[in-house]
Design a binder for this molecule. Structure first.
Ligand code: M7G
Length: 315
């Protein structure tokens, strides 16, 4: 079956989450009896020819005046759209999906947690090890081996130690510059998360940062001060990668405190390590990390919820 045939065969089961502000919808269902998730997001307005916005052929195709009062008028309208050049929505399909995907895309209560070096060492490392197994990183290796998405690569440095691939993130629609979203996926396989960084990684991170800025500026004519470059802790995928996002793009929780850490800040923190008198901090593994977790997240269920009740983690 083609990806479109798969998507059309989706049998709806329930809504996992909906955000009326960000205009997103997450649906759970099945395709050929296997669980599948559809996430949909209405796209930003296309502003390549704003003069056509009011055109009944190319812009607002039909209008319905809801009300008028003095100088105020409000309408509902339909907009001229095309799936290839001016789409109404960006639709992602994960098929077949796992329980972890279902939890990730479900509405849930959030909590701030403090991950001490001890909790990291004793429990979280076990969790991270599990999350690198079972084919969860296949999509990453497909990109690094040029098996998938190779035609989309924006820049590649092939060096085994210092190298990486810069390419569009699946969250980007590939056209709207103000929602530009790229990922940097490193070639080295020894960094699971920022917890693995020590000051010895400063040259690697600084060089990566500078090459990414040059590549984005050459490809998209975007200056560095229009980009947010950050890393997630915790990430969903434990192969080191960096998010490169247009400053105007409101990413919601994905780019806020409690989840996103600026690459520049990481480099600065690493520069201080080993220089603070009396400090035993050798790397990020020795820091207390505070972040946001949803109640459906395994780290919450298996580690932080039990610890909060004075019980032993079940990881
Ligand atoms: P993360 O910080 O591990 O997790 O980032 P998050 O999903 O909680 O942000 C992984 C990033 O990789 C996300 O921005 C995803 O949108 C992106 N991503 C995930 N997959 C499965 C793919 C893929 O197959 N191709 C590409 N290009 N990006 C992906």
């Amino acid at each position: 079956d083609t990806p479109e045939q798969d998507l059309r065969a989706f049998k709806f089961e329930r809504i996992l989450n909906q955000d009326t502000g960000r205009k997103t919808l997450n649906l759970l269902g099945t395709i050929n009896g296997l669980p599948a998730i559809i996430t949909a997001e209405k796209t930003a307005f296309n502003t390549t020819s704003p003069e056509n916005f009011v055109s009944s052929d190319e812009g607002l195709l039909s209008l319905n005046l809801l009300q008028k009062n003095d100088i105020y008028h409000w309408f509902m309208g339909t907009i001229s759209q095309s799936a290839t050049s001016n789409a109404a929505a960006k639709v992602n399909l994960i098929y077949p999906c796992t329980d972890v995907h279902i939890k990730k895309y479900s509405a849930q209560q959030l909590h701030m947690v403090v991950e001490t070096p001890d909790i990291y060492e004793k429990y979280v490392t076990k969790y991270i090890k599990q999350k690198t197994e079972g084919g969860r990183l296949n999509w990453v290796y497909n990109i690094l081996d040029h098996k998938e998405e190779s035609e989309k690569i924006v820049y590649e440095d092939e060096d085994k130690e210092m190298g990486f691939i810069l390419l569009p993130d699946l969250k980007w629609d590939l056209v709207t510059m103000t929602s530009l979203y790229l990922s940097v996926i490193v070639h080295r396989t020894d960094i699971r998360s920022i917890r693995d960084f020590t000051p010895s990684h400063i040259p690697f991170l600084a060089a990566l940062r500078s090459k990414v800025l040059t590549a984005v500026s050459e490809k998209y004519s975007l200056p560095g001060d229009l980009l947010k470059i950050y890393v997630h802790y915790q990430p969903s995928y434990y192969h080191f990668h960096v998010h490169v996002v247009h400053i105007s793009h409101d990413m919601g929780a994905s780019a806020t405190v409690g989840k996103a850490i600026l690459l520049d800040e990481i480099i600065e923190v690493l520069k201080l390590m080993g220089k603070v008198p009396g400090s035993q901090v050798v790397g990020y593994k020795d820091l207390e990390m505070t972040y946001v977790l949803g109640e459906e997240h395994d780290l919450w269920k298996k580690i932080f919820e039990p610890l909060g009740k004075g019980e032993e983690p079940t990881i």
